[in-house]
Design a protein around this ligand. Structure first.
Ligand SMILES: [Zn+2]
Ligand SMILES: [Zn+2]
Length: 213
């Protein structure tokens, strides 16, 4: 089956997000998503906890600050240490049974891997709805994915409820975390989405979420 999943969402368990577990489920359903990957900064316990408490499909993940830039791990059950070189971080993710995604690899104001993205990764996040400037980021990330011959994925990088689902990945898999992760690795996925609308960005700024990762 074709699943629509936003592969990059932060909850209140990230120090810079406003999204409560209740809002996460509400907005995901409103947007017609089949599921979301919770990728809080430096922790996976929040994703595992929320997954147990809801009937929405949750792909447990974590966003790691490596020495070379941010990396998203999907399908892991344990935290991955930060501040390691990217190559070692990718190895740790694989050892933990997950896949490594080069998130927002070419953008400003976020810790981006840029040229340090290698074919050791399992996928490239070609659409990140909060990347600035959006079109340029998408174009360069697409070039990177095709150069490295890696699957392309998309996520909103939401830190505020209305941002959920601004981007999503269509994955050809059954509703099972292991199968979803495997399908992404095999490239049975397609990225869709756009930038977070300016009005939503402004509302989030007013709510005091200035710092973005
Ligand atoms: Zn993020
Ligand atoms: Zn990031």
């Amino acid at each position: 089956m074709q699943l629509r999943i936003d592969l990059h969402v932060h909850t209140i368990y990230s120090h810079d997000s406003l999204i409560t577990p209740k809002e996460l489920v509400q907005y995901a359903k409103k947007r017609g998503l089949d599921g979301v990957a919770i990728t809080d900064h430096g922790r996976v316990d929040s994703a595992l906890k929320i997954a147990k408490e809801t009937d929405l499909l949750i792909v447990p993940g974590i966003e790691i600050e490596s020495l070379d830039g941010h990396i998203v791990a999907l399908g892991v059950q344990e935290p991955i240490p930060k501040e390691l070189p990217a190559s070692e971080t990718v190895d740790r993710i694989h050892e933990a049974g997950g896949i490594a995604v080069a998130c927002h690899p070419v953008t400003f104001f976020k810790g981006s891997l840029g040229k340090r993205t290698s074919s050791r990764f399992d996928a490239v996040e070609v659409i990140n709805s909060s990347a600035i400037p959006f079109k340029r980021s998408v174009k360069h990330a697409q070039l990177l994915a095709s150069k490295l011959e890696l699957p392309s994925v998309a996520g909103s990088d939401a830190h505020y409820g209305p941002e959920i689902g601004c981007a999503h990945t269509v994955i050809d898999a059954e509703k099972d975390v292991g199968k979803i992760v495997e399908a992404i690795k095999m490239g049975s996925c397609q990225p869709f989405g756009s930038a977070i609308p300016l009005t939503v960005r402004l509302r989030r700024e007013i709510l005091g979420i200035g710092r973005r990762f």
